[in-house]
Design a protein around this ligand. Structure first.
Ligand code: PLP
Length: 268
């Protein structure tokens, strides 16, 4: 196909996507090896994926897949960020998705040979993450006997630890709990509410960087937003002073990509 763009793998997000992808393939406007179908999660709502829990959609999906060219490898695709739902619920969803994939391959009469488990991982070296991933891969092998490829999308786990946001302590507010206002704001770390970001502090006296321990004190951002609270569960050190440097860690990935300029003032 001289004009076709070869893209290796295509994951279709809906039945409409699948139809138009197969039309593009038949028209020679695209070429690929693997046709993946994104399956929607079962125990919570998602705007992504085919809802195979709905019998009508399951039947329609299987009917279209039966018409797919024989040369294509079939796959299923799934993404539901373990950082949002926790790895236990993630694993439960993966198991449900794999059972559905097995029913799908039986209904289509063709093997599913690839499973894409998506991304949304925090730290790939974390033992809970590793054991959840290993269990998911084992479950996939047991459920889909012709499986030869498992795809993982480790974007977040690679990007997240790659950046920190540096700022200063603008004001310390004494009381119980104590709070501190930083020159950093929610607009610099918009993913702050998904999980508590580690915060490090550098004293002007000792020039030493130290992590803040967990506690009951709060860290506010500099803007007028009511929700500009970066942490509400840290222990602020008694030696902290206005002007000290502060770093919010793990600000790569969604923080850096979604940060916005609100409250930043004129660029120097
Ligand atoms: C299919 C798929 N893979 C991966 C991701 C993101 O993964 P990560 O946050 O690890 O980059 C998303 C969306 O967030 C997605 O829809």
């Amino acid at each position: 196909l001289p004009d076709a763009r070869f893209v290796g793998r295509v994951n279709c997000d809906s039945i409409e996507d699948l139809r138009s992808t197969l039309t593009l393939l038949r028209d020679g406007r695209v070429s690929f090896d693997v046709l993946g179908i994104r399956l929607a999660p079962f125990s919570f709502a998602s705007r992504f994926g085919v809802n195979t829990g709905d019998p009508a959609q399951f039947v329609e999906l299987s009917a279209i897949l039966r018409t797919a060219p024989e040369a294509l490898r079939l796959g299923v695709h799934f993404h539901c960020a373990p950082t949002s739902v926790g790895s236990a619920l993630w694993l439960q969803e993966v198991r449900s998705m794999l059972r559905m994939a097995r029913s799908l391959q039986d209904a289509v009469g063709r093997s599913i040979v690839e499973v894409d488990l998506g991304g949304g991982w925090r730290d790939a070296s974390d033992p809970h993450t590793r054991s959840a991933l290993l269990e998911a891969i084992r479950a996939a092998q047991l459920e889909l006997r012709s499986l030869d490829t498992v795809v993982l999308e480790p974007g977040k786990s690679i990007a997240e630890p790659s950046m920190a946001v540096l700022g200063k302590v603008l004001q310390i507010r004494h009381g119980s709990p104590q709070s501190v206002v930083l020159s950093i704001a929610v607009s610099d770390v918009p993913d702050h509410s998904t999980y508590p970001h580690d915060v490090w502090w550098r004293s002007q006296k000792t020039h030493e960087w130290r992590p803040l321990a967990d506690g009951r004190d709060q860290i506010f951002g500099r803007t007028c937003m009511e929700n500009d609270i970066i942490r509400f569960d840290v222990a602020l050190p008694a030696e902290m002073r206005e002007g000290d440097a502060v770093a919010i860690l793990n600000a790569g990935g969604y923080d850096s990509s979604m940060s916005y300029s609100f409250g930043r003032g004129a660029e120097a």
